[in-house]
Design a protein around this ligand. Structure first.
Ligand code: NCD
Ligand code: ZN
Length: 346
């Protein structure tokens, strides 16, 4: 039985770091586990221009604990009016690592998102030409489409035509939740990839309603039926280079989650890597963990893999209970709060 596991230092290919006081509290959890992270641009107001991204990167760098080795990889938030030439400069100056497409109003802070992808064709052409990944929140926003079907309908109505129009464009279908997404990525081949979160590997939609309504398990895309969770686990442990780690850790104050209209987002940064390790262990696939966590992502982004190593040991750990944001009085509830986990990062 494997008791310790040493792998190349992993990266988080989808992370919400927020800003200011909240960032100061959540950033150290990510820095402790990951060497790099793709930082989501959905601040309020969003990170739209290269100048916005440069300034946000500076704020992140000034919060990184001393002696820590961590590189934030910045993204720009695509709008109907994004200037393709601004992005071209940001890409060539290595400020922008990827561009994020939120369908307008799909999720938290996405009101500025894209209303019709065809309005962004000039930007997509620049991304294709410069080999820069387009990251997509893959849900349609039509309220008449059932919330559990929105990812599947997005593939049929938007992702399929978009990827056919730009056949060489690198696309990451983010935080996938369905078997249909697994199948789409598997069948389409190398230039379309997907990230998978820890929470979608361990909960299905029943968990959101176990014994009552559990607002801290509400995120978008919402967790689906058990058959989908099993498809995600099979994809993650398959070793297929198109699937890699992206936590979608998305902290919100407890007061915003436990509310009449609670917001979407699961804060999993404190024990993301331990949860992933547990999943790979349960699937008897620890030998595939390094590919998913540390190799497939850089490979897709055309970046070198990290130099350092990280060691996990099966000596148990516990997810923190409530985390205080002392400067604001807010509190955060981590995913699996207070639960015991089999693995620990040492
Ligand atoms: C994210 C957030 O809170 O910023 N929420 C979520 O449920 N995942 C936004 C997102 O990635 O959709
Ligand atoms: Zn996200």
């Amino acid at each position: 039985m494997i008791e310790t596991l040493s792998i190349t230092k992993p990266d988080d290919w989808h992370l919400h770091l927020r800003d200011e006081n909240l960032m100061r509290v959540v950033l150290p959890y990510t820095v402790a586990q990951f060497a790099r992270a793709i930082v989501m641009p959905n601040l309020s107001p969003p990170v739209v221009t290269v100048e916005d991204a440069r300034a946000y990167r500076q704020r992140i760098l000034s919060c990184i604990p001393e002696n820590a080795d961590f590189t934030p990889l910045m993204t720009a938030y695509l709008t109907d009016d994004t200037d393709p030439e601004d992005l071209r400069v940001g890409i060539s100056d290595e400020v922008i690592s990827a561009v994020k497409m939120y369908p307008a109003n799909a999720t938290t802070n996405s009101a500025h998102g894209v209303t019709n992808w065809r309005k962004t064709e000039r930007v997509l052409a620049v991304l294709e030409e410069t080999n820069t990944p387009l990251l997509v929140h893959g849900e349609v926003t039509d309220q008449d489409v059932d919330i559990f079907d929105r990812e599947k309908v997005f593939i049929d109505e938007i992702l399929s035509p978009l990827s056919e129009a730009f056949p060489k464009l690198k696309i990451v279908l983010e935080h996938i939740t369905t078997k249909e997404s697994v199948d789409f990525v598997t069948e389409t081949g190398r230039n379309i990839a997907a990230t998978i979160t820890p929470h979608h590997l361990v909960i299905n939609r029943n968990e959101i309603f176990r014994g009552g309504i559990r607002p801290h398990l509400y995120c978008l895309p919402i967790a689906k039926r058990e058959k989908h969770r099993l498809a995600l686990r099979a994809a993650a442990v398959s070793g297929n280079e198109c699937f890699f780690l992206g936590t979608d850790s998305a902290p919100h104050p407890i007061s915003a989650k436990e509310a009449e209209c609670g917001c979407a987002g699961i804060f999993n940064a404190p024990t993301a890597l331990e949860i992933y390790a547990q999943v790979f262990d349960e699937e008897n696939a620890l030998d595939q963990f390094e590919k998913f966590a540390s190799l497939n992502g850089p490979n897709f982004y055309n970046l070198p893999v990290n130099d350092g190593k990280i060691t996990l040991s099966k000596q148990g750990s516990e997810t923190p209970d409530i985390i205080e944001v002392s400067s604001t009085g807010d509190q955060l509830m981590p995913f699996f709060s207070g639960k015991k986990l089999a693995w620990r990062v040492i």
